[in-house]
Design a protein around this ligand. Structure first.
Ligand SMILES: [Zn+2]
Length: 296
């Protein structure tokens, strides 16, 4: 998969994504979608034909299960199976039923980074209370080297977004070697579920890795999404060998390839359950979002 993107970028896309070419986003999207889809389909045929149902329109859609704001209020009830979630994308982030770890999906493989620091590939029958996924078609790539912090990477990502348009959705992936990755996960919860910020005070675990090869999966939501999700970037990580991962709190990039997929459609899949129906969404949760995302 990494190879596919690199190949695309070297031919049609390399020039598009210097993050300095204004207005190239739309052109890149429409020109590359069919190419990427074709490449993706042939790849899918061998690895994920059983689970992924792609159409031209859903390849360019961010699908969201529930809201970050429902998760914040303790809705850890899985509402969609992993098998069904995979029909909506091959890349994504999220969490699991009971808040049992951090979800990272790359190239159609969905990982769970658990509270104890181990990483596994859960069964397709397990369920998901909150997630964002899409089918990844690189609209451009860029080499990054010696990026010292989360904030520095965020600046690079934001420069790309500024050029391509801040009011669209993006998934980014950063494949390479990281001189450090600081991640967190959390332990599965028991009912009655407590709000996320309270859970993180007691059941959050931290893991610091150095010189590790892997992939950062990053979601960008526009500012107007702040009632439904986290506006800006949200990063998860999984190592290449599938043994390390989690929600990224800080990192440093040694050498990596950054690929960005601009996406213009958004769909929400709301849970059909009583807990969700009883949530009060009238209160401003922006402070809780910040705390849950950054641990600050
Ligand atoms: Zn996260």
């Amino acid at each position: 998969m990494g190879t596919t993107i690199n190949k695309l970028s070297k031919t049609a896309l390399a020039a598009v994504f210097a993050c300095a070419l204004a207005g190239c986003g739309q052109v890149a999207s429409s020109e590359t979608t069919s190419t990427s889809s074709a490449a993706e389909s042939s790849q899918s045929a061998s690895t994920q034909a059983a689970t992924v149902q792609e159409t031209p329109s859903n390849r360019e859609t961010i699908s969201q299960v529930a809201l970050l704001q429902s998760l914040l209020q303790g809705d850890y009830y899985g509402s969609i199976s992993i098998g069904d979630l995979k029909k909506h994308g091959d890349i994504g982030i999220g969490t699991f039923d009971k808040l049992n770890g951090e979800l990272i999906m790359v190239d159609g493989v969905l990982y769970r980074a658990k509270g104890d620091g181990t990483v596994e590939v859960p069964a397709d029958s397990e369920t998901i209370p909150f997630s964002n996924v899409t089918f990844f078609d690189a609209d451009g790539t860029q080499s990054v080297e010696g990026v010292e912090s989360f904030k520095a990477l965020e600046e690079i990502l934001n420069a790309c977004v500024a050029e391509l348009g801040p009011n669209r959705f993006y998934f980014a992936r950063v494949d390479g070697t990281f001189s450090k990755v600081n991640v967190r996960s959390e332990y599965a919860q028991e009912e009655p579920y407590k709000p996320l910020v309270e859970v993180l005070e007691t059941d959050q675990t931290f893991f610091d890795y150095e010189n590790v090869e892997g992939t950062v999966v990053a979601l960008y939501c526009p500012d107007y999404m702040k009632e439904l999700n986290n506006a800006g970037w949200h990063l998860h990580f999984v190592s290449k060998d599938g043994t390390m991962g989690g929600h990224v709190l800080d990192l440093a990039v040694d050498k990596a390839e950054l690929a960005l997929d601009a996406t213009d459609n958004f769909e929400m899949m709301l849970p059909d359950e009583d807990f969700f129906d009883g949530i009060d969404f009238t209160k401003d949760r922006s402070e809780e979002v910040k705390k849950a995302e950054t641990n600050e």
